[in-house]
Design a protein. Structure first.
Length: 222
């Protein structure tokens, strides 16, 4: 069974024992044995492992893991050490430069430092077939990640949600708690970044919200 190693284990216990998740688990067992699935089965829950429920300050939602070799490691928009940042992440860096004056390293796409500070880097689907974006959208992950967003909505700690692109923005309906802040923009993909992602200033707005609510701001510099 799943062992995350923090409070998420208790919060998600019933989900991991439910019929839909047991079916999802069987699908994954077969697919990991017969084809290439990303990320590694040991990295699927890295977002939850690195950012405990009580520590979540900000949530960035992605669609699903990168589907190229060596990229995905369980954190949305992040790639493993030594892998060149993909175009969407480059555009995130550009917006941070415009918003905060941060110069991010050209060769670093690993966002683990953000996760360790309370940024939950969650994809709406946690696995994907190699070379096939969104291929695991309908196997049950959306039920689990909807549940996670609802749990975060129930948190008494103020949280800022950064929702970029249609799949992420679809989760906004679950965030009804007035203690939280929801920031929405276009996806940072080169296809859509100029439609409202560039200039959104979500990074400074997130930190202003956290500080105004007595929480430590995020150091976005990698």
């Amino acid at each position: 069974m799943v062992n995350i190693g923090n409070e998420w284990d208790t919060l998600l216990k019933e989900q991991f024992e439910s019929d839909y998740y047991l079916k999802l688990r069987e699908i994954l067992k077969k697919e990991y044995a017969t084809q290439t699935i990303y990320p590694s089965m040991y990295d699927i829950f890295n977002a939850l492992k690195l950012t405990d429920y009580k520590d979540v300050k900000a949530v960035i939602l992605g669609q699903d893991p990168y589907h190229g070799e060596g990229q995905a490691h369980g954190l949305c928009f992040s790639v493993q050490k030594g892998i060149k940042p993909p175009p969407s992440l480059i555009n995130i860096y550009k917006e941070q430069k415009s918003d905060l004056g941060i110069d991010q390293p050209n060769n670093c796409g690993d966002l683990t430092k953000w996760a360790e500070q309370g940024v939950l880097l969650l994809n709406t689907s946690l696995t994907v077939r190699a070379g096939m974006a969104n291929s695991h959208r309908d196997i049950g992950w959306l039920i689990l990640t909807d549940y996670i967003i609802n749990l975060l909505n129930d948190s008494s700690n103020p949280i800022v949600f950064l929702l970029w692109g249609a799949p992420a923005r679809a989760k906004a309906k679950f965030i009804t708690n007035k203690n939280h802040l929801v920031l929405q923009a276009a996806h940072p993909s080169p296809l859509s970044a100029y439609n409202g992602f560039f200039g959104c200033k979500h990074f400074s707005k997130a930190n202003e919200f956290l500080v105004s609510n007595g929480r430590e701001p995020i150091d976005w510099q990698l």
